[in-house]
Write a protein that binds this ligand. Structure first.
Ligand SMILES: NC(=O)c1ccc[n+]([C@@H]2O[C@H](COP(=O)([O-])OP(=O)(O)OC[C@H]3O[C@@H](n4cnc5c(N)ncnc54)[C@H](O)[C@@H]3O)[C@@H](O)[C@H]2O)c1
Length: 313
C-alpha cells in the first residue's frame, strides 16, 4: 500500500487505538499520528508523530504536503461534558478543524476524510427507543449542536464539491487502553477501573439512565469498514447510526458483580445527568447494516470480561 494517512487527535481515547490498528494493517511508517500533546509509549514508538494544532490551516496543510497524505481521520474535538463548560472553545475547535479538513479535500489536497459524529446529534424530542437514521434531531447540548452542524456541512461538501467524507454517530465508547476525554458516557469506563482498585464506584448518572454504548474494538472495526467500503455504498453523507448495546449503570454494576461479587455502586448524579436525559436509549442502525455490512460483536457481558481481564494486568 502506498497511501499515507493522517490521524488528527491521535492521542485520545479513539485516536490511540485507531492509529495502532491502522499501523498494524498498513505498516507504521504510513500512518502519521498527530495531536497537540504526546500520546502513550506504544503510539509514540510505532510510527511518525507530529505536534499539530488542527485549527491552524497552514500547519495542517504543511504536514499533509510533507508526508503526501491522501486520507485524514479527524478525531480532535471537545466532548460533551467539557463542551458545556467551555461552549465557545468547543464550537471553535469542533467546527474549525472540520472546515480545515473539508476545505483541503475541496481543493484536492486530500482524497478522503473520516469525521466522527455522535448520538449527541439527537435531542429531547427525538424518539428515545430504536432511534431511526432519519428523525427529529434538535440537540440541546453545545457538543450536539456542533456535531449536527458538522453533519450538515459534510453532506453539503459532498453534494457541492464531491468531497468523499464518511461519518458514524458513535455511541458511548468503552475501552481499556486510553481513558475517555470528558464525555457523558465516561462512567462506563471509570466503573471498571474503580471496581478493580477500590471495589466501589460513585456514579455521576442515575441508576436507570439507559444509553447506547459500544466496545472500542467494534468502533474501530466500524471505522475501518466504512472507510474501506466502495464509494457507491456510502449513501448517507451526513452520518450513519451505529449500535451495539444499550444498558443502565445498574445493569452494568450487576454485570460487574457477577465477576466481582463484592463490588458496590452508589449514585450521585451531576450536570451530566441532564445531557444523558436528552440522548436516545437505543439506536436503530439498519441503514449501516444494509449499506456497508455493519454488525456489532461485543455485548455487555463480553465487554466486562475483556475490560476486567486487561485492566487487571
Ligand atoms: N469517546 C466517545 O465515547 C465518543 C462518542 C461519540 C463521538 N466521539 C467523537 O470521536 C472523536 C474522538 O473522540 P475521543 O473520545 O477519542 O476524544 P478525546 O478527547 O479522548 O481525544 C481527542 C484528542 O484531540 C486532541 N486535540 C484537542 N484539540 C486539538 C487540536 N486543536 N488539534 C489537534 N488535536 C487536538 C486532544 O489532545 C485529544 O488527544 C471526537 O470527534 C468525538 O466527538 C467520541
Amino acid at each position: 500500500m502506498s497511501k499515507y494517512i493522517l490521524i488528527i487527535g491521535a492521542c485520545g481515547q479513539i485516536g490511540t487505538e485507531l492509529t495502532l490498528t491502522l499501523r498494524e494493517k498498513h505498516g507504521g511508517e504510513h500512518i502519521i499520528a498527530s495531536d497537540i500533546r504526546e500520546g502513550n509509549d506504544e503510539l509514540m514508538q510505532s510510527g511518525p508523530f507530529e505536534i499539530l494544532d488542527a485549527t491552524n490551516y497552514d500547519a495542517l496543510e504543511e504536514v499533509i504536503a510533507y508526508y503526501g497524505i491522501s486520507e485524514v481521520y479527524l478525531m480532535a474535538a471537545m466532548l460533551s461534558a467539557t463542551a458545556e463548560k467551555f461552549p465557545m472553545r468547543a464550537w471553535n475547535l469542533n467546527m474549525n478543524t472540520l472546515f480545515n479538513v473539508l476545505n483541503l479535500a475541496k481543493d484536492k489536497k486530500i482524497e478522503k476524510i473520516f469525521w466522527p459524529s455522535s448520538i449527541a446529534v439527537f435531542g429531547p424530542n427525538t424518539p428515545k427507543e430504536d432511534t431511526p437514521q432519519n428523525t427529529i434531531m434538535e440537540p440541546s447540548t453545545v457538543y450536539g449542536i456542533s456535531k449536527q452542524s458538522g453533519e450538515r456541512w459534510c453532506e453539503y461538501y459532498f453534494n457541492k464539491f464531491n468531497v468523499d467524507v464518511r461519518s458514524i454517530r458513535y455511541p458511548g465508547l468503552i475501552s481499556w487502553k486510553t481513558m475517555p476525554g470528558g464525555g457523558t458516557t465516561d462512567y462506563a469506563v471509570e466503573i471498571y477501573h474503580k471496581a478493580l482498585t477500590e471495589g466501589s464506584y460513585n456514579c455521576f448518572l442515575e441508576e436507570d439512565t439507559k444509553l447506547p454504548m459500544m466496545f472500542m474494538d467494534d468502533a474501530i472495526r466500524a471505522t475501518l469498514q466504512i472507510m474501506e467500503a466502495p464509494e457507491e455504498n456510502i449513501k448517507e453523507r451526513s452520518a450513519y447510526n451505529l449500535a451495539a448495546m444499550s444498558f443502565t449503570p445498574k445493569e452494568m454494576a450487576e454485570n460487574i458483580k457477577a465477576v466481582l461479587p463484592k463490588f458496590k455502586i452508589t449514585y450521585e448524579p451531576d450536570f451530566r445527568q441532564e445531557i444523558a436525559n436528552s440522548w436516545p436509549s437505543s439506536i436503530d442502525d439498519t441503514t449501516a447494516q444494509n449499506d456497508w455490512g455493519w454488525n456489532a460483536e461485543f455485548d455487555l457481558k463480553k465487554t466486562t470480561q475483556v475490560m476486567l481481564e486487561n485492566l487487571k494486568k
